[in-house]
Design a protein around this ligand. Structure first.
Ligand code: FE2
Length: 139
């Protein structure tokens, strides 16, 4: 089942929202490659993209938080680090066990549900802070 993007996921910070949309799309691409029977190699490619883009996105968010001295920066970064480890472990399993539809379901559910929860909690708080700090800096 694909994930739906809707307004409830918008933090209102454009760069972050655009990257979140890409991430949700990347999860959906993996689901589609698996369900559409596009072959193991295609599924692996979607996972590679998802992993790389997750790392890039976390890095961009962390830069933003540092730039505005976000008080929860260290906590937020640790949450990212832990999730990168989780994604790495899931990737290793997919490589060693092969991308069966059961495993792809497990992986996309783990990544997709983590992502939506993280966006609605940690990222909403971060975006509200960054938006306010940016507005102050621009006045
Ligand atoms: Fe985040």
């Amino acid at each position: 089942m694909a994930y739906q993007w809707d307004k409830s996921l918008e933090t209102g910070y454009e760069l972050v929202d655009n990257q979140h949309k890409q991430l949700v799309q990347a999860v959906n691409n993996m689901i589609e490659a698996s369900e559409g029977g596009k072959g193991d190699q295609a599924v692996m490619q979607t996972l590679e993209f998802l992993t790389a883009y997750t790392i890039k996105h976390f890095g961009d968010e962390e830069k933003l938080q540092k730039k505005f001295n976000y008080p929860d920066y260290l906590v937020h970064r640790r949450i990212h680090e832990e999730f990168k480890i989780t994604v790495g472990e899931l990737t290793k399993r997919v490589i060693s066990e092969g991308p069966s539809s059961e495993l792809v379901n497990e992986v996309t559910l783990a990544i997709g549900s983590w992502l939506l929860n993280h966006i609605k909690g940690d990222d909403f708080r971060m975006a509200a802070f960054v938006k306010a700090a940016e507005a102050r800096a621009n006045t």
